[in-house]
Design a protein around this ligand. Sequence first.
Ligand code: HEC
Length: 209
Amino acid sequence: METMKRGTLLIVIGLAVLGFGVAVAASMLHDGLSSRATPTKLETAIARSAHRLAIPASARVAQNPVLESPEDMRDARLHFADHCAICHGNDGSSHTMIGDGLYPRPPDLRLPETQNLTDGEIFWVIENGVRFTGMPAFANGGQHGGDQDSWKLVHFIRHLPHLTAEERAEMERYNPKGPDDRAEEQKENDFLNGPAPKAKPELKDHHVE
Ligand code: HEC
């Protein structure tokens, strides 16, 4: 009798696990794995808690060693405009051409889901990235200015919900620009300042075909 009960219990548990597995699989495999699909709530919830659990406990409680100063905040803001805004937008909304095409979508960094992360967790994500998502690791020796830059970015992410229009306008000047943007900017400048001076004729002599 005892063993019967245990057997039934195992079957029930087995079915429950199987059912959950099917639900998760269906939740993840929808829309032919196209990244145009919107992740389901279940999938987002599982992915987010998995990412959080993957952050080492010691990293989670790390304190920001950089004191907040206006200079560092400006550094971080322009750094964000240069390296992060392409996906996250200058305002952190993450509604950008790239951000909207990624799966999972980058989250709105101003919302509680991100703001409730500890400083250490935000720092860890910036340094290490998030596997299987578009979020790159920025601790790639040298190219990114080391720990300090990432800690400054943590201060900036805390500031995002209070970003002013002036700060945003300044950031726009630091967003990476392609040749089309540059040509457009040159046209505007020419219009405002008159045409650029013609190239000096002697430059022609040095021209190598
Ligand atoms: C190529 C696109 C891309 C770039 C560039 C990028 N991110 Fe992300 N970021 C993402 C995606 C996608 C996620 C969501 C990852 C996930 O699902 O957990 C993310 C997540 C994050 C998170 C975690 C938010 C949360 O609530 O879990 C932080 C913080 C973050 N990014 C900061 C930055 C900073 C700072 C930079 C620049 C140094 C940056 N990102 C550059 C795509 C990008």
